[in-house]
Each structure stands twice: as C-alpha cells, then as structure tokens.
Design a protein around this ligand. Structure first.
Ligand code: NDP
Length: 290
C-alpha cells in the first residue's frame, strides 16, 4: 500500500480563500476589517519566520496585521502592559503572543493577560476550560487544523481508536479533547508511555506531536491507519516530521507530508479564529462553513 498524501496546503488555501471572502461582508456590516495583533519578543529565528508568514497571510486575507516586535530584554511587566493595551484596543480582534518567550518572562502570566475574547490561539485558561467541558470557545490552531483534515478524510470519527503522541498544552492535550468530542476512543501517549509501538498499533488515527525526527516507524502502525504528523524538525538543513514517512507510507492509508501538511493549516485556522472573534465582538452571528 502507498498511503495517500493528505494535502494540508491545498486544504489550507481553500480555507483561507473562504475566510477572505467573508472579510468584505464583515466590513460592510461594521465599517472596519478584522485585525490580528502578533507580538514577538526577541530574535528567535524560527519565530521570526512564523511571525512574518502570519502577518503576510493576515494581509492576504484582507485583514489588518498589527505587528509588535520587542527586544530580547523586554520585562514581563512591559509585555503584559502591551497585551493589556491590545485587549483594550477596539481595532484588535485577535492577540497572538509568539512562543517561546525569553527566560525572564513567565509564559503563564502573559497568557493570563490575554483577553479570552481575543485569544485566537486558544491558550487562556478560559478557553482551555471551555474545550475541556465541551462548551463553545476558541480552540488552539494546530489541533483544530488536524481535526479538520481528519474529518475531511474520514467523515464521522465516532468510535475510532485515536492515539495522540504528546501531551503539550498547545497540541497534544487539546487534540485529545477534540477527538474525544468527536467520540473517538482516545489514548494520550508521552515520554513515560510503556511500549509505545504497541499502543500506536491499536490506532485508526495517529497524531504525532513529539518533536523527535522520524520517531514513529511504519512497523508501529495498524495497516490502513490515518496518520497526522505535527512534527517540524530541522535535520541537516531539511524539514522532517515526527513520523518516518518512507516506512509509514507503506502501511498507512493516508499521511500528512512535512512540510505541506499540518503547518499551513495552523495559519489558516489562525485567520479563521480571528474572523470568528471579530464577529463575536461585533455582535454578529458566527460565519458558517468555516
Ligand atoms: P512539546 O515539546 O511541548 O511536547 C512534546 C511531547 O512529546 C511531550 O508531551 C513529551 O512527553 C512527548 N515525548 C517526548 N519524547 C517522547 C518519546 N520518546 N515518546 C513519546 N512521547 C514523547 O512539543 P509541542 O507539542 O509544542 O510540539 C510537538 C511537535 O510539533 C514539535 O516538533 C513542534 O515543532 C511541532 N509543532 C508544529 C506545529 C505546526 O504548525 N505544524 C505547531 C506546534 C508544534 P512528556 O510530556 O512526558 O515530556
């Protein structure tokens, strides 16, 4: 079997186009376009690339991008003051603080300062809690993007065995919550899991969010599994995922490539979430079909 390639890039482009179509409708109703503020502290090379592409995508969707670049030695109080000012700014519908932050700044304190109504990354306790108890809220971009790809390919996910490898607050945990919401039987694996290959072999759906290059081997997979590779690892100048795509492709039914799979979805969902918060803040009904 050669696994089908799940084309996240094409799916993301279509989603971005649907978001862009709604922007003039929002503008006609409110007299302004949605705005996304992105805050970058320091010079981290990967973060610079992410912030640049987020700004570009925001403008391409017809929204306003507010970019704030702060020096590496910014204090926690200064960053929180900025985040609070963005919370109070009516033109700003979404606030994203690019992680990781320099060591003098406590990420949790900064996330706590984000207005939950503008929390387009879905990282605040308010939105994480809403996801955990099954209430509507803002969901982290990467796992929501993975879920969209899975539903597009598999339709109803109810009853499927899903194994999520990784338990971070930004990928693994919310991914598991989303799959549970879809009535999958969910296992969350992590660095202390015993017999990871044996656990993964049960899965109809595997989501790998580990940060270890090509760790998941084809021999671990149940034949016909659908594999979502969240990993972005730089190895000798090229990008590879957390799944060994060569061996996995021989066993899985479908797999996301790296690059061109989950990565483009993250940005598309960020724009989608910004459109959603803009509507909610303007008292308009959420746009459908997104
Ligand atoms: P974290 O480092 O926060 O979490 C990694 C998780 O993997 C932890 O829960 C850890 O377990 C687990 N883990 C580590 N080693 C093993 C192992 N040997 N076996 C099983 N589990 C293990 O990473 P993130 O969740 O932030 O990111 C994961 C990957 O996804 C990274 O490659 C990152 O670059 C990528 N990423 C991609 C995005 C995209 O847009 N495509 C967006 C965000 C992330 P434990 O908790 O026990 O330590």
């Amino acid at each position: 079997m050669t696994a089908e390639r799940i084309d996240g890039k094409a799916f993301a482009a279509a989603l971005r186009a649907r978001v862009a179509e709604r922007v003039p409708v929002f503008e006609a109703a409110t007299g302004r376009v949605p705005g996304l503020a992105v805050v970058l502290v320091g010079e981290d090379a990967a973060s610079q690339v992410y912030v640049r592409s987020k700004g570009k995508a925001t403008r391409e969707a017809g929204m306003v991008s507010f970019e704030h670049r702060l020096p590496d030695d910014t204090s926690q109080a200064e960053l929180i003051a900025l985040v609070e000012a963005l919370g109070a700014d009516d033109k700003v519908d979404g606030i994203l603080v690019q992680l990781p932050l320099p060591p003098q700044i406590d990420e949790k304190a900064v996330i706590a300062a984000i207005d939950p109504a503008k929390d387009v990354d879905g990282f605040t306790l308010e939105n994480a809690g809403r996801l955990a108890v099954g209430e509507a809220g803002l969901v982290p971009c990467t796992p929501l993007g993975c879920l969209m790809l899975l539903k597009d390919r598999l339709g109803d996910l109810a009853g499927l065995e899903a194994v999520v490898i990784g338990r971070s607050n930004i990928v693994g945990k919310p991914m598991a919550q989303l799959l549970l919401r879809e009535s999958c039987t969910v296992t969350i694996a992590h660095s202390r899991t015993r017999d990871l290959p044996g656990v993964v072999r049960r899965a109809d759906i595997v989501v790998a969010a580990v940060g270890r290059p090509e760790m998941v081997k084809g021999g671990w997979l149940k034949p016909g599994a659908t594999v979502i590779d969240v990993g972005i690892n730089r190895v000798e100048g090229r990008l590879v995922g957390d799944v060994d795509s060569a061996s996995a492709s021989a066993v899985a039914a479908a797999i996301t490539p790296v690059p061109g799979g989950v990565g483009p979805m993250t940005i598309a969902i960020l724009l989608r979430n910004t459109l959603v918060t803009a509507h909610a803040r303007a008292g308009l009904e959420a746009p459908e079909g997104l």
